[in-house]
Design a protein around this ligand. Structure first.
Ligand SMILES: [Zn+2]
Ligand SMILES: [Zn+2]
Length: 106
């Protein structure tokens, strides 16, 4: 098993704080956290699922702590505003029209 590069930091410099790229929380690097080796974003244990982390596997096919990709470097993450704009364009409608439709339907 490869030694994760962040573990080396702990031995050399003591405890550092890392900011989670998903939720923005600062957490000590001695706790559970993940670092994407593709885009170098860091994630706390809480955001493991949310960040869509893809883990490397060892010789036995067991997942390791090494993150090969996350939703950000796979371009899978878009904020709600971007999604809405895209959906509106696809539906060939506007926010105003949608609001009117919602009023009629409720
Ligand atoms: Zn987080
Ligand atoms: Zn990544």
């Amino acid at each position: 098993m490869r030694i994760h590069k962040n573990f080396i930091n702990i031995q050399l410099f003591g405890i550092d704080y890392i900011t989670c790229d998903e939720c923005g929380v600062n957490f000590p690097d001695c706790g559970e956290f993940y670092c994407c080796e593709n885009c170098y974003r860091s994630f706390c244990g809480e955001c493991k699922e949310e960040a869509g982390l893809e883990f490397d596997t060892d010789e036995d096919g067991e997942p390791t702590r090494d993150v090969i990709s996350c939703k950000y470097c796979r371009n899978e993450d878009f904020d709600d505003e971007t999604l809405l704009e895209f959906a509106l364009k696809k539906l060939n409608t506007t926010k105003e029209q949608l609001k009117e439709e919602i009023k009629v339907n409720e």
